[in-house]
Design a protein. Structure first.
Length: 233
């Protein structure tokens, strides 16, 4: 069978139609997907971070002229928060996916607003403030994890679940509270009241070095889960 030759002007017309079709389909695809998180992430690199390094700010509560709570033994909260924060920092440094920072690495006073500002200016992926709780009734014990912005809620739940499992302290739930350091944070921020320093037994467990490593590892594991799988509930 003899192939019919298509006149050159018709071939050109076909090419023009094809190009217009491709442009039209590309335009429609962009219009449909331009607001999806995946597309935003791919174009700006903010929402989706494939193989990225996550900047984590660990905030040791209190410090310097602000001792925080007095534990059952008389030890000050600022010492506990610094010891635990340093352990979290060291464990995070061993993970390729994390770049950790401390708001204070020694016994110095840092204002609450400056702690949040540090994380904001760094463009941190998470801000975690470490505290030990206190109450007039020494019988009260347990772990409470706080968030303020709804965008921080998921991180609070993931970390809380890991803390409860690792420490075995009473589950006093995730709570929403306008702690200043959380309100000032523009990045996902959580404040963990690890346990009650005013409870004899809990304070001993919190001051124990091995116990601190377990708690630190729980926070690292929680962060890993949060940044790799996201949701737990
Ligand atoms: Zn505190």
């Amino acid at each position: 069978m003899k192939r019919q030759k298509i006149p050159i002007h018709l071939r050109r017309k076909n090419v023009v139609i094809l190009v217009l079709c491709v442009l039209f389909i590309t335009f429609i695809t962009i219009e449909i997907y331009k607001h999806s998180p995946l597309f935003v992430g791919l174009t700006t690199g903010t929402s989706v971070k494939a193989n990225s390094i996550y900047k984590i700010v660990i905030d040791a509560g209190h410090g310097g002229k602000d001792p925080g709570a007095n534990g059952a033994s008389g030890k000050e909260e600022k010492e506990y928060t610094l010891a635990l924060s340093k352990k979290i920092y060291e464990l995070l440094k061993q993970e390729r996916m994390f770049e950790p920072y401390l708001t204070r690495a020694d016994d110095t006073y840092v204002a609450l607003a400056d702690r949040a500002k540090f994380a904001n200016e760094l463009g941190a992926d998470a801000f975690i403030s470490i505290h030990g709780n206190t109450f007039s009734d020494s019988e009260v014990s347990g772990t409470e994890t706080y968030y303020y912005a709804n965008s921080s809620r998921q991180l609070a739940y993931v970390l809380h679940e890991h803390l409860i499992k690792a420490q075995g302290f009473r589950d006093r739930n995730v709570r929403k509270q306008d702690w200043k350091v959380l309100v000032y944070s523009e990045v996902p921020a959580v404040l963990a009241e690890i346990g009650y320093l005013t409870n004899n037994k809990e304070e001993a467990a919190m001051l124990d070095s091995d116990g601190q490593v377990r708690t630190a590892q729980a926070i690292v594991n929680g962060l890993k889960q949060y940044f790799t799988q996201g949701h737990v509930k």
